[in-house]
Design a protein around this ligand. Sequence first.
Ligand code: HEM
Length: 318
Amino acid sequence: MKPSPVHQAEVAERLQRLEEKFAAMGQDLTSYLDGLLYADYLTYWEYVELDTLLSLQKPRTPFPDELIFVTYHQITELYFKLIIHEIRQIASHPSLTADFFTARLIRINRYVHLLIDSYDVMVHGMERDQFLKFRMALLPSSGFQSVQYRIIEIMATDMTNLVLPEDQGTLGRTSPVADLYETIYWKKGATELATQQKTLTLRQFEQKYSPQLLQLGEEYRTNNLWQRYQQLDKEATNQDLIGQLRRFDHLLNIQWKLSHLRSAVQYLQNDPVVIEATGGTNWQQYLPPIRQQIRFFPELWSDEERNEWGKIAKLTKS
Ligand code: HEM
């Protein structure tokens, strides 16, 4: 089919713009056009790196349900990646507005909501007998070692909010990041009280990630979501933004943690015996949000709401 004069004019106009673009960088457009001429069309499988993606699920045992376990962890990590991507945009925005902040939080909350909604894949989607066997081949690894989860926490709030009130002592918002980091709630959860011995799972994690997390803590001291919220012109903030901040706090620190706790109850609670967690924590004491009392934005909750934090009827196997 012969191109119409209108089409030809459009092509000429694009070429002119391209010429200007490349000239501005001292580049020769014709060489780039040659590149286009020889380049292959992009395919879907190349774009999404399908072969690589599908090569990453590598169960360590022959139990079929382990594929579900490893794949669902990876799916979760991908959503964590998207959450971090959105938080970073809020943190680094040069002229942050309440609208931009709110729109990005809505995305974040959508991702967390999806994770909560899909969590039954873990709770009901695997045979318990298989789970209890294949997990022994995964020792001492644990989702506890998810660095992206810890990154989300550090990017969300002041590190003081990740330290339990009873451990805060003289620590405050301006205390050295290293001191705050050492008393963070999840380190306590993975430290045996009597001996102060850290679990191997925690020691491995610290060795690999502590330098990176300490640096992030420094970087996000003034840039975390709570700080960014406070830096906004108060006239410009609105109830939507506050609502989305509260929703994020509630979704991640209560609802996701409760969904997750449900999987531990489902597989590791064998009344009256409690099966040891792969990460070695006393998980019944450590995991429930009512015990953790972690809130990213404590100032946005009333005393009554704080008192009710994480309260639910006893979780039982279903
Ligand atoms: C059958 C499924 C699961 C069970 C039974 C389970 C069990 C546990 C247990 C017992 C802990 C406490 C640490 C330990 O001693 O190991 C833990 C922590 C954790 N797990 Fe899982 N988990 C499951 C699935 C997942 C999934 C799919 C993720 C997603 C990445 C995940 C992420 C985490 C995180 C982030 C922590 C730390 C939570 C905190 O510090 O409050 N877990 N898990």
